[in-house]
Design a protein around this ligand. Structure first.
Ligand code: ADP
Ligand code: ADP
Length: 226
C-alpha cells in the first residue's frame, strides 16, 4: 500500500490553475521522481502535501490517513527537505541536529543514535563537530537530509535537493538517497527538473502545466516518450 496517495487534487491561485486533477501514489522503498519544468506545479504540490495550505478538491493521504485527520501529527511520518536552508550556520552539525531532534521531542540518547545513523548513511559522520558555516554546499545539503531523517519518517519529500551543486556532488546525493530508500523502506518523492537524477527503476511522474502527462517506471516512460 502507498505511503503517499494523492487523489484528484486541483489547486488555483485566483483564476490561475496550478494543479489540474493530479493523482498518483508513492510506495515504500521506492524513489518517485517528479519531473517538470519551472512553473509545472511541483512547489504547489509539495505545499499541499506538507499542508502549508489545504487542497480545495481531492484527497491527500500520508501513511493511510488524510493530512487533515493527522493534523500537525502529519509531520510524524513525513520528512521534508526544503529548498531554503534551515540550518544555523554558527552551530556544529551535531548541535543543529540535536536542536531539531529536541523540536521533535526526541530524548538525547535516541537523538544521538538517529543522528549518527543518518550521518553515517550520508557519509558525513566525520564532520559531526564542524560548524555548518565551514561546510560546502553539498555537505550542508546532506545535513539537511539528515535533519529530515531524524524522526525516522516513512515519507521523504525532497524539493530539488541538488539545486546549485556540482555534478559529482549531485551524483553522490542521488546515490545516498536511493540507498536510504531501499535500506530503510522509505518512500521518497523527489522533485527535480534534471533528468540525469532519475534511475531506470524509479517511478517517474512528468508534470507539465499542472497536469501529469506521463507516468510509470522511468525506463518504460523513457522508452515510450523518448
Ligand atoms: P514549480 O514548483 O514546478 O516551478 P509552482 O508550483 O511554483 O511550480 O507554480 C505552478 C504555477 O502556479 C505557475 O504557473 C506559477 O506561476 C503559479 N503560481 C505559483 N505560486 C503562485 C502564487 N502565489 N500566485 C499566483 N500564481 C502562482
Ligand atoms: P555533551 O553530550 O555533554 O553535550 P559534547 O556534545 O561536547 O558533550 O560531546 C563530547 C564529545 O563527544 C565531543 O568530542 C563529541 O565529538 C563526542 N560526541 C558526543 N556525542 C556524539 C555523537 N552523537 N556522535 C559523535 N560524537 C559525539
Amino acid at each position: 500500500e502507498p505511503v503517499l496517495s494523492v487523489q484528484d487534487v486541483s489547486y488555483w491561485y485566483g483564476e490561475k490553475r496550478a494543479l489540474d486533477d493530479v493523482s498518483f501514489d508513492v510506495y515504500p522503498g521506492k524513489v518517485t521522481a517528479l519531473l517538470g519544468p519551472n512553473g509545472a506545479g511541483k512547489s504547489t504540490l509539495f505545499s499541499l502535501i506538507t499542508r502549508l495550505f489545504d487542497a480545495p478538491t481531492g484527497r491527500i493521504e500520508i501513511d493511510g490517513r488524510s493530512a487533515a485527520e493527522q493534523g500537525f501529527k502529519a509531520l510524524g511520518p513525513l520528512g521534508v527537505v526544503f529548498q531554503q536552508p534551515t540550518l544555523d550556520l554558527d552551530l556544529t552539525v551535531k548541535q543543529n541536529l540535536r536542536y531539531f531532534a529536541s523540536l521533535r521531542g526526541l530524548k538525547r540518547k535516541e537523538a544521538d543514535e538517529r543522528m549518527n545513523r543518518a550521518l553515517d548513511a550520508l557519509d558525513m559522520k566525520e564532520r559531526i563537530t564542524e560548524k555548518v558555516r565551514s561546510l560546502n554546499g553539498g555537505h550542508r545539503r546532506r545535513v539537511e537530509i539528515a535533519r529530515a531523517l531524524l524522526h525516522s519518517p516513512k515519507l521523504l519529500l525532497l524539493d530539488e535537493p541538488t539545486i546549485g551543486l556540482d555534478d559529482p556532488t549531485r551524483a553522490a546525493i542521488v546515490r545516498h538517497i536511493h540507498a536510504l530508500a531501499s535500506t530503510d523502506n522509505i518512500g521518497v518523492l523527489w522533485a527535480t527538473h534534471l533528468f540525469d537524477e532519475i534511475k531506470p527503476e524509479d517511478d517517474l511522474l512528468v508534470l507539465d502545466r499542472g497536469r501529469i502527462v506521463a507516468r510509470g517506471e522511468a525506463k518504460t516512460v523513457v522508452a515510450e516518450t523518448g
